[in-house]
Write a protein that binds this ligand. Structure first.
Ligand SMILES: [Zn+2]
Ligand SMILES: [Zn+2]
Length: 253
């Protein structure tokens, strides 16, 4: 099974060239980050976590020819805004796409993409088949996925564990019983927005400390703001077993 980082960036302090900072003007490709998302390529098919505003370009860049399912971490715009573009896969696959989300996230998706849920459906709209994520592990085409409930300030967010791989974005608190669901992972992806503290995201220090506490041998950091600094420089400061993810990075899991 393979995991590909489709994006490792954030809308928080969106990098814009006018910013002029060393990250926004860096020539290093690893400093150019689309919004955070990953794709798991498994015998169960291609499973994308979050449809970001960059989803269409992410699918083109990675030459993704088919899409079997989407898992949604939470309903913030930078994680769902690209959902309309699943219609290209609907068209070629001639079927709806299963989108797994909590009941709360489903409510937002139905509001944001109301036309896809209308009684009269205009031809060519995205065909979404909503599936509910609750507390229990769930089966996506034969792949067992364990949901992990984390907190993004006051907003519940879902992290996902597949075998020994765990992906958690947009969190700054994880309850002890949910941490137990992460324990034993060989690879853990965590959000690390910047060095300064933030109200709803782990900062670099907090993410490193959590990886250590859970004794995960390899931690990758994602949802990185330009405020964190240059990939090259920050990488030198990280302890062994912790690395910054970057767009296009792929891992065997
Ligand atoms: Zn968020
Ligand atoms: Zn986010």
């Amino acid at each position: 099974m393979k995991v590909t980082f489709l994006g490792t960036g954030t809308s928080q302090g969106v990098p814009v060239i006018a910013c002029g900072c060393e990250v926004c003007t860096s020539a290093d490709e690893r400093d150019k980050r689309l919004r955070s998302s990953i794709m798991i390529s498994a015998p169960a098919g291609n499973i994308v976590i979050d449809t970001t505003p960059d989803f269409r370009y992410q699918m083109l860049r990675e030459k993704v020819g088919h899409l079997e399912a989407v898992l949604i971490t939470h309903s913030h715009k930078d994680h769902i805004a690209g959902m309309d573009d699943i219609r290209a896969f609907n068209y070629f696959q001639k079927s709806a796409i299963n989108i797994y989300a909590t009941e709360f996230s489903q409510g937002v998706i139905k509001r944001e993409f109301a036309y896809a849920f209308a009684d009269f459906k205009y031809p060519g709209i995205p065909e979404i088949n909503l599936k509910t994520i609750a507390d229990e592990p769930f089966d996506v085409n034969g792949l067992m996925v364990t949901p992990i409930h984390v907190m993004h300030h006051k907003m519940p967010v879902i992290g996902f564990r597949v075998h020994d791989f765990t992906y958690i974005t947009d969190a700054n608190y994880i309850a002890p019983e949910e941490k137990e669901k992460i324990r034993g992972s060989k690879i853990l992806v965590l959000n690390a927005l910047r060095k300064e503290k933030h109200i709803s995201h782990f900062n670099l220090e907090e993410a490193i400390a959590l990886g250590k506490e859970l004794e995960v041998p390899q931690v990758y950091l994602t949802h990185i703001s330009h405020q964190l600094g240059l990939h090259e420089e920050v990488s030198k400061e990280l302890p062994a077993g912790t690395a910054l993810a970057y767009d296009g990075l792929s891992l065997e899991i």
